[in-house]
Write a protein that binds this ligand. Structure first.
Ligand SMILES: NC(=O)c1ccc[n+]([C@@H]2O[C@H](COP(=O)([O-])OP(=O)(O)OC[C@H]3O[C@@H](n4cnc5c(N)ncnc54)[C@H](OP(=O)(O)O)[C@@H]3O)[C@@H](O)[C@H]2O)c1
Length: 302
């Protein structure tokens, strides 16, 4: 286990230097999520954040909804940036790195990439400079301040750069420094994780409707129960199996429901889902947009 592993950031460092800016390249789902989270955390003033996106028509709408500069003509902002968050799809990494280099990126500017499957080694070689690079893997609950992010540093990044990245992601949830070797697994577990939980909640809400509950009530019951169960796991320090035993009365209804879940092989289904997502994540940063073999209908980037 490395010294940096699983360490929450302890010393908050300033996010960006005075008079400098924080740029976000790629104002899609994650770019907007992180900007919203950062703005609502109050960590950085609105005037110091800008975003660049290839999609010119979308820029105006995003600019209006976020209240910041968003444009496809963002190149002249790059030299003003002290920190740049790269939030494009993995296959756009090479184009973005070339654009940054050609637009006068300062050698000191910290780059934080959230690209699934793209290693710090690859980012550094695409960039071809000695800028500090941090790889981060956040998730969408960052928009409500409950994100889960893992960070690691590249060859030219110092511990202070890692702390800066942690400070940013702690503004939108939890953030841990983890060895890069685990990043594909983390992508599969916590970056893709919200989608698994949404599916499970949807299915449970449907189940509630099946047994006679109004849909909205069923959804509220399910979501609040998920939130409460998650908080118990995080705060009690007890194993989930022990918490489960506490609510499992002999011959009661809970053990009956659990038996049905085990009959449906819920554990192995979940394990296979994470295994498959880990395998796909490992291919994402490899190059041109081609889904790996055995996978059909892949649409997302993680
Ligand atoms: N979504 C998640 O939950 C999640 C979680 C963790 C990490 N990630 C990672 O976050 C990254 C972004 O995912 P996303 O879901 O936010 O994707 P997205 O919604 O497609 O956003 C990416 C945006 O970047 C734009 N773009 C592409 N090339 C560009 C360039 N050269 N310069 C400026 N903008 C450019 C895209 O424009 P066009 O649409 O016109 O190409 C698009 O608007 C991915 O690498 C993914 O692996 C996502």
């Amino acid at each position: 286990m490395s010294k940096e592993q699983q360490q929450p950031a302890s010393t908050p460092a300033p996010i960006i230097g005075g008079g400098m800016t924080l740029g976000v390249i790629g104002a899609g789902v994650m770019g907007q999520t992180l900007i919203r989270g950062l703005l609502s955390s109050g960590l950085i003033p609105r005037e110091q954040i800008w975003a660049g996106d290839k999609n010119g028509t979308a820029c105006d709408a995003v600019s209006q909804s976020l209240g910041i500069f968003v444009s496809s003509e963002y190149q002249d902002r790059i030299p003003t940036a002290d920190l740049i968050l790269i939030c494009v799809k993995p296959n756009d990494a090479a184009a973005v790195m070339a654009a940054l280099r050609n637009a006068g990126l300062r050698r000191e500017t910290l780059l934080i990439s959230i690209l699934a499957g793209v290693s710090t080694d690859r980012l550094e070689s695409l960039l071809g400079t000695e800028n500090p690079v941090i790889r981060a893997m956040p998730n969408t609950p960052a928009v409500v301040g409950e994100g889960m992010t893992a960070v690691c540093r590249g060859r030219f990044a110092a511990k202070a750069d890692l702390l800066r990245a942690q400070h940013i992601f702690e503004a939108v949830g939890k953030c841990l420094a983890i060895d890069e070797i685990h990043f594909n697994a983390i992508t599969a577990l916590s970056a893709s994780g919200p989608a698994y939980h949404f599916l499970i909640m949807e299915a449970l809400a449907d189940a509630g409707v099946r047994v006679g509950l109004p849909r909205q009530l069923a959804l509220t019951l399910v979501a609040q129960t998920a939130l409460g169960a998650a908080r118990m796991v995080l705060t009690s320090g007890r194993h989930p199996a022990a918490l489960r035993d506490d609510v499992t009365t002999p011959a009661g209804c809970t053990i009956g429901g659990l038996l049905m879940l085990e009959d449906g092989r819920i554990r192995s289904v979940l394990a296979r889902a994470v295994e498959e997502a880990t395998r796909i994540s490992a291919h994402l940063g490899a190059g041109p947009a081609r889904p790996p073999e055995q996978v059909s209908g892949q649409r997302g980037s993680h």
